[in-house]
Design a protein around this ligand. Structure first.
Ligand code: TYM
Length: 343
C-alpha cells in the first residue's frame, strides 16, 4: 500500500504539558515545569494547557475553578510564556481530549493502572470513595499528549510513571490497529536540578500543593517577607554544608536547599557547593532567601497585575483554545476512522 505510514513516528516535533488548577502554584511547579515551558517555546512548537478536567478528579468548588484556571494562566504568562509563541488554553475547551481519552480507556489495561503510584498516594486509605476519574486520570493524560501527537513532555519527576503509561498506550494503539508510527512515543523532559523539589519541612517528601503545612512550600504568590521567613524556618541539620556531592547525598534537607539554589541560579549543585561548602546555614539561608526573592518577587508582581485584567487572560485562553482545536481535530478524525466508527 502506498499510504502506509513509516514504522516510527515521522511527524513534526511538538512540546506539550499542563498544570492542574487545583491550588496555588509553588516553587516545585515553577522549577519543575514553568521554567522549562518558557525556555522550550523558543525551540519548538509548544502547547501548554490548564488541566481543569484533571482537577475535578477531586472536589473543586465550582465558584473557584474558573478563577484558578485564570491564575494558572497568569502564572504561565508571568513566568515568560508568550501567547504569540506558545498555544495556551484550558483543557476542557478542547473536547478532543475527552473523546480520545475514552478511546484510550479501551486501549489501556487495568493492570497498567493498578501499578500507578500516584493513585495510591492520592486515594490513601479511602480507595473505594475516590472518584473513578482519579483512577483513570493517567489515561486522560495520555490523550492530552497524543491528541496533538506531541513528541516532548516537560514535567517534574513525579510524572515519570504517567509518561511511561502514555508511551505504552501509544504503542498498544499503533500495534492493535496495525498503524506503526501513527502515534509518537513521547519523551519526557525531566532532567535538571528542579525536577524534584522537596518539602521545606521534610527532605523526604515532595513539595506539594496538598501538604497541610503552608511552611512546607514557597507559593508563587508569597511576598518577599513570607519567602524569607519560610527559608529561615526550613528544616536543616546542625552541620555546615559539605564540600562534596557525595556528602550531600545523606543529608536530604541540605541537598534540597542546595538544589533549589542551583535551579534558581542556573548552577549545578557542585558549583553551589564550591561557593558555600564549609559554610553554615546561618550564611547559606540568607543568601538563598535573597536569591529566591530576587527571582520570584517579579513573577508574583506580574501575576498580580495580570489577574487585575481577567478579560485579557480570557482572550489568551480563547485564542489558544481555537488554535489547539485546529491542531487536535485531524488526529482525532483519523483515530475515529482507524477505530472504525461510523462517519
Ligand atoms: P501538577 O499540576 O501536579 O504539577 C504541575 C507540574 O509541576 C511539576 N511538579 C514538580 N516538579 C518538581 N518538584 C516538585 N515538588 C513538583 N511538584 C509538581 C509536575 O511534575 C508537573 O510537571 N498530571 C499533571 C498535569 C497533566 C499533564 C498532562 C502534564 C495533565 N495532563 C499532560 C503533562 C502532560 C499534574 O497533575 O501536574
Amino acid at each position: 500500500m502506498t499510504d502506509q505510514p513509516p514504522a516510527s513516528y515521522a511527524g513534526p516535533q511538538r512540546v506539550l504539558s499542563g498544570v492542574q488548577p487545583s491550588g496555588a502554584l509553588h516553587l516545585g511547579n515553577y522549577l519543575g515545569a514553568l521554567v522549562k515551558f518558557a525556555r522550550l517555546q523558543h525551540e519548538q512548537d509548544t502547547l501548554i494547557f490548564v488541566a481543569d478536567l484533571h482537577a475535578i478528579t477531586v472536589w473543586q468548588d465550582p465558584a473557584l475553578l474558573a478563577t484558578q484556571t485564570r491564575e494558572i494562566t497568569a502564572a504561565y504568562l508571568a513566568a515568560g510564556l508568550d501567547p504569540a509563541k506558545a498555544t495556551i488554553f484550558p483543557q476542557s475547551a478542547v473536547t478532543a481530549h475527552a473523546e480520545l481519552g475514552w478511546i484510550f480507556q479501551c486501549v489501556a489495561r487495568l493492570g497498567w493502572l493498578d501499578r500507578m503510584t500516584q493513585f495510591k498516594e492520592k486515594s490513601g486509605k479511602h480507595k473505594e470513595r475516590s472518584s473513578v476519574g482519579l483512577y483513570t486520570y493517567p489515561v486522560l493524560q495520555a490523550a492530552d499528549v497524543l491528541v496533538y501527537r506531541a513528541t516532548h513532555v516537560p514535567v517534574g519527576e513525579d510524572q515519570k510513571q504517567h509518561l511511561e503509561l502514555t508511551r505504552d498506550i501509544a504503542a498498544k494503539f499503533n500495534h492493535d490497529f496495525n498503524r506503526p508510527g501513527f502515534f509518537p512515543l513521547p519523551e519526557g523532559l525531566i532532567e535538571g536540578p528542579g525536577a524534584r523539589i522537596m518539602s521545606l519541612r521534610d527532605g523526604s517528601a515532595k513539595m506539594s500543593k496538598s501538604d497541610p503545612s503552608d511552611n512546607s512550600r514557597i507559593n508563587l504568590t508569597d511576598d518577599a517577607d513570607m519567602i524569607a521567613q519560610k527559608i529561615r524556618k526550613a528544616k536543616t541539620d546542625p552541620e555546615p554544608l559539605p564540600e562534596s556531592l557525595e556528602d550531600l547525598k545523606t543529608r536530604p534537607e541540605a541537598d534540597n536547599l542546595v538544589g533549589i539554589y542551583g535551579a534558581l541560579a542556573e548552577m549545578t549543585k557542585a558549583q553551589v557547593l564550591a561557593e558555600f561548602g564549609g559554610k553554615g546555614f546561618g550564611t547559606f539561608k540568607p543568601a538563598l532567601a535573597d536569591l529566591a526573592v530576587a527571582k520570584l518577587a517579579p513573577i508574583s508582581d506580574r501575576m498580580r497585575r495580570l489577574m487585575a485584567d481577567p478579560a485579557e487572560i480570557d482572550r489568551v485562553l480563547a485564542a489558544g483554545a481555537e488554535k489547539a482545536r485546529e491542531v487536535a481535530a485531524p488526529t482525532l478524525d483519523e483515530v475515529k476512522k482507524i477505530v472504525g466508527f461510523w462517519r
